[in-house]
Design a protein around this ligand. Structure first.
Ligand SMILES: [Fe+2]
Ligand SMILES: [Fe+2]
Length: 162
């Protein structure tokens, strides 16, 4: 595999694990605030991010590329409110989408069709991730400081299955 693509994919392994870390930090913070529905939703999200990381790890391994595991930065532990957390989550997903698009462009540039094809799944996944987090932000903005609305939203968030 092209050296630049190898490096970029290795970096994406770190980014996906960092995403898991970020959502897990948010989940624990929400749990401490009594918002167990938001916490459950974010724990599921964290698990999905680990699966994303594993997809990259397995792809690199299948291609005979050594995985250069990098340090995962610590996420912010404290999130003031679900709105602050989910605004960050949405912003983070947009950032990840940009990275995925950069990876696709690089795979194209170096003519790596297998990598380009592999990345298509992530292109679609990111559309969904941006939509999901964006919807939660919109609903939290509607709820505002209204306690009962927030608790209702928390109950809805608890119904996420995967
Ligand atoms: Fe991801
Ligand atoms: Fe994500």
């Amino acid at each position: 595999m092209d050296a630049r693509l190898q490096q970029a994919m290795n970096e994406q392994v770190r980014e996906e694990f960092f995403s898991a870390y970020l959502y897990l930090a948010m989940a624990t913070d929400m749990a401490l605030r009594g918002l167990s529905g938001f916490a459950a939703w974010l724990r599921i999200q964290a698990r999905e991010e680990v699966e994303h990381a594993m997809k990259f790890v397995n792809f690199l391994t299948d291609r005979g590329v050594p995985v250069a595991f990098q340090e995962i930065p610590a996420p912010r532990p404290d999130w003031d409110s679900p709105l602050t957390a989910f605004r960050k989550a949405h912003e983070h997903e947009r950032y990840i989408s940009e990275r995925i698009h950069d990876l696709v462009r690089l795979a194209r540039e170096v003519g790596d069709l297998a990598a380009e094809n592999f990345l298509q799944w992530f292109v679609e996944e990111q559309v969904e991730e941006e939509a999901l987090t964006g919807e939660v932000v919109a609903r939290l903005e509607l709820a505002g400081d209204h306690g009962p609305a927030l608790l209702m939203l928390d109950r809805e968030m608890a119904s996420r299955k995967d």
